[in-house]
Design a protein around this ligand. Structure first.
Ligand code: ARG
Length: 463
């Protein structure tokens, strides 16, 4: 007789139950219960396959199917009692199934193991998150397109080194992020394609001698095919790492944009006003309106990239096939997924609601000698100066304007001609910020006509 407290799944070999500390370090039910729906879907597919292949009787499979549906409704209804002694979601579900349907439940684990079971559940869970990320990214991109379309010809300063560089359009700046999130989207789709293979039926590590049909379970669960190597099937976690990498890169993009919003919404910049719905106040300073959502999005990259590093470290020294270390994969991925989705949704809301402050943008665009490059280009085009000479002449004019505490368009023609006698009145046309941005019609340039073309292209792509 085995001790009553030993685990009902493997008690046959054990004389005593686990120490409380052992149970505490071993149990994953506290977090892997989030995969309940995936676990039950996997078990249903497996049960149906066992019947179809004649491995179990149809009546037993039918009992399992109904029982599993009952377990699912108990979990969804919040009446299911999760037990730490039963370690994880797989054994919690199976134990409850046994209570509901009796001995037939004991046949469910034929030709499978918790190793292929957890790999299957986790793939299904991550796949759902990739689908959610796809939707979140698309929604954010549409919000950005709305901003870009409205402000295709609003001018603002473009920066390098956060120093005024050249005037750009608001639409162009918004569309830069559409491109970034568009690449995130393609990484999401790419990762989904690669990970959509079924580990189910790899069993513990070596496959099984039962005549299972892995193609059938793969298809039932929406996988493209079964994984081709059973050792790989139970030990691979690169799909989770790829999810975390994609999430990290996307969170990095979100963070850069968040940083811009923090700067832009400051009293010193006043480029944008964030809506009340996406700002907070201060408990002591009545004038304050803080961009908390942007700041938190900026911070999320830390935990998401941290999860990526943590799982990479968990995996890097593991011999094939399964090791319990791999149970540490889930909390990292769950946390990263939750925070990525939240950051995407919060960014979408902020972008939809924010108002660009056109007069501030335009005033800032005109300051800081932002059209100096236009002046140099004019000298090349109209006076046939080599660009290096034109750069030098323009530099002298910038220094002169700086000395007079004015902007380039405020210099007189005589001022200009004192530096280069060939300069004519026509130069003043290129010193205006609107002319500057309109002139940059090269493919991918900031001219409104180019921005509108890119908006139209992306609208078509996103549908
Ligand atoms: N809770 C485990 C995990 O998350 C399930 C797999 C356990 N397999 C085993 N051979 N102990 O990884």
């Amino acid at each position: 007789m085995t001790d009553k407290t030993s685990n009902q799944m493997w008690g046959g070999r054990f004389a005593a139950g686990p120490d409380a500390i052992m149970e505490a370090i071993n149990a994953s039910i506290g977090f892997d219960k989030r995969m309940a729906a995936q676990d039950i879907a996997g078990s249903r597919a497996h049960a149906a396959m066992l019947a179809a292949t004649g491995i179990v009787k149809s009546s037993d499979a039918e009992a399992m199917r109904e029982g599993l549906l009952t377990v699912l409704s108990e979990i969804e209804g919040g009446t299911f009692e999760f037990s730490t002694a039963l370690e994880d979601i797989h054994m919690n579900v199976e134990a409850r199934l046994k209570e509901i349907v009796g001995p037939a439940a004991g046949r469910l684990h034929t030709g499978r193991s918790r190793n292929d079971q957890v790999a299957t559940d986790f793939r299904l869970w991550v796949r759902d998150q990739l689908d959610a990320a796809e939707k979140g990214l698309e929604a954010l991109m549409k919000a950005l397109l709305g901003q870009a379309e409205a402000g295709a010809d609003w001018v603002m300063p473009g920066f390098t080194h956060l120093q005024t560089a050249q005037p750009v359009t608001w639409g162009h700046h918004m569309m830069a992020y559409v491109e970034m999130f568009g690449r995130d989207l393609s990484r999401v789709r790419d990762a989904r394609k690669r990970m959509n293979e079924s580990p189910l039926g790899a069993a513990a590590l070596a496959g099984t001698s039962f005549p299972i049909d892995r193609h059938m379970t793969a298809e039932a669960l929406g996988f493209d095919r079964p994984m081709a190597n059973s050792l790989d099937a139970v030990s691979a976690r690169d799909f989770a790492l790829e999810f975390l990498s994609v999430a990290s890169i996307s969170a990095m993009h979100l963070s850069r944009f968040a940083e811009e919003l923090v700067i832009w919404s400051s009293a010193q910049f006043r480029f944008v006003t964030l809506s009340d719905r996406f700002s907070t106040g201060s408990s002591i300073m009545p004038q304050k309106k803080n961009p908390d959502a942007a700041e938190l999005i900026r911070a999320k990259i830390g935990r998401i990239f941290g999860a990526n590093v943590a799982l990479m470290m968990v995996m890097k020294g593991l011999p094939l096939a399964y090791s319990k270390d791999m149970q540490e994969d889930k909390e990292q991925v769950f946390d990263a997924a939750d925070n990525w989705m939240l950051a995407l949704a919060a960014m979408e809301g902020m972008v939809r609601d924010m108002t660009a402050n056109r007069p501030s943008l335009e005033a800032a665009a005109a300051s800081g000698f932002s059209t100096a490059t236009d002046l140099a280009d004019w000298l090349v085009r109209e006076l046939d100066l080599p660009f290096r000479d034109a750069h030098h002449v323009t530099g002298a004019l910038v220094a002169m304007a700086e000395g007079k505490d004015c902007d380039l368009p405020d210099l007189t023609l005589a001022d200009m001609q004192s530096v280069h006698e060939g300069i004519t009145q026509a130069v003043f046309d290129v010193l205006g910020v609107h002319n500057s941005v309109s002139s940059r019609t090269s493919y991918g340039g900031t001219a409104p006509v180019q921005v509108r073309a890119q908006v139209a292209r992306w609208k078509e792509v996103l549908g």
